[in-house]
Design a protein around this ligand. Structure first.
Ligand code: NAP
Length: 267
């Protein structure tokens, strides 16, 4: 997708930078303005052709799509700070901020705006994010346009806002859950005789292969498991022992515990 619209990314930290790099291929770095207060920390991005400033209002006045990528506690000040140059007929606000609803963002503003929430994960940095998006009524067609923009960072899904916290757990926290599995498999491999690097390489590629079988083959996990579990064989022995120890149950309980926690710490 290409757009002749200028993009502003307010708060170009870890996530804002990853988004900027992903968008640059499609929209051109020169069409993207990045902001943060410590401007010198954006020098490496300026060298790559991005526009940079510590003035959020300046960035907003040039842009159509405004990506809000600051920490949750910084959001209200940032939104109220740019309000004098915001135009409800021109600007679309896109928030990546965890746990702040569309209504809360709207409550910081006098005019009614098209507002979209996006929940990417850290794999955005290598264009392998899973990004869920939702929008308010005014977002209209912009929701699918913004979803299309996030496709340059990986896979996307439009969801209802009520599922945004669940998406945060499954996709953003999910990165940590899968990484812990890879680390545990690596430790098992070391115990069986591999060097750490070799074991990690085998675990990483095997995890990637398992996911690719589902993504590219549109298969069901249990059908793929059936293919590698010979009757009375070693795979089913290991798998059943993992289940006796509570593997699936531990994963489901962990996901639910994360969800309960996010509900407690956000409104
Ligand atoms: N990291 C992820 O994978 C991830 C995934 C999903 C959602 N999120 C959400 O994305 C947001 C950003 O996360 P992050 O990990 O990228 O945090 P981060 O690295 O701390 O980035 C936030 C950036 O905002 C800048 N900032 C603070 N106040 C500002 C202001 N008034 N004007 C302009 N820039 C300002 C900070 O730079 P200065 O101090 O130099 O201003 C900082 O670089 C969070 O709300 C988080 O919930 C993150």
């Amino acid at each position: 997708m290409s757009t002749n619209k200028h993009i502003a990314i307010l708060g170009a930290g870890n996530l804002g930078e990853a988004i900027a790099k992903g968008f640059a291929g499609n929209f051109g770095a020169g069409n993207i303005t990045l902001t943060r207060r410590h401007l010198s920390r954006l020098d490496h991005l300026k060298e790559r052709g991005f526009q940079t400033t510590s003035d959020n209002k300046e960035a907003v006045s040039k842009a159509t799509y405004i990506f809000l990528c600051v920490q949750p506690k910084q959001l209200e000040d940032v939104v109220k700070g740019i309000e004098p140059v915001l135009d409800a007929k021109k600007h679309i606000l896109v928030s990546t901020i965890t746990g702040v609803s569309l209504d809360v963002i709207q409550s910081y503003l006098k005019d009614e705006f098209a507002i979209i929430r996006a929940m990417p994960n850290t794999a955005a940095a290598i264009s392998e994010s899973m990004t869920c998006v939702c929008g308010n009524e005014l977002a209209g067609d912009h929701l699918s346009k913004v979803e299309e923009m996030f496709k340059s960072l990986g896979e996307t899904l439009i969801i209802e806002e009520r599922l945004m916290k669940a998406a945060t757990v499954l996709a953003a926290s999910g990165i940590a859950f899968f990484l812990r599995y890879i680390r545990a498999a690596t430790q098992g491999g070391i115990e069986l005789g591999f060097e750490a690097e070799e074991a990690q390489k085998i675990a990483m590629q095997t995890a990637r292969g398992a996911a690719s079988l589902l993504v590219e083959g549109s298969a069901h996990p249990e059908r793929e498991i059936d293919k590698v579990t010979t009757p009375m064989g070693c795979t089913i022995a290991g798998l059943n022992e993992m289940e006796h120890q509570g593997l699936s149950s531990a994963l489901i309980k962990g996901i639910v515990a994360s969800f309960e926690k996010i509900n407690r710490i956000t409104e």
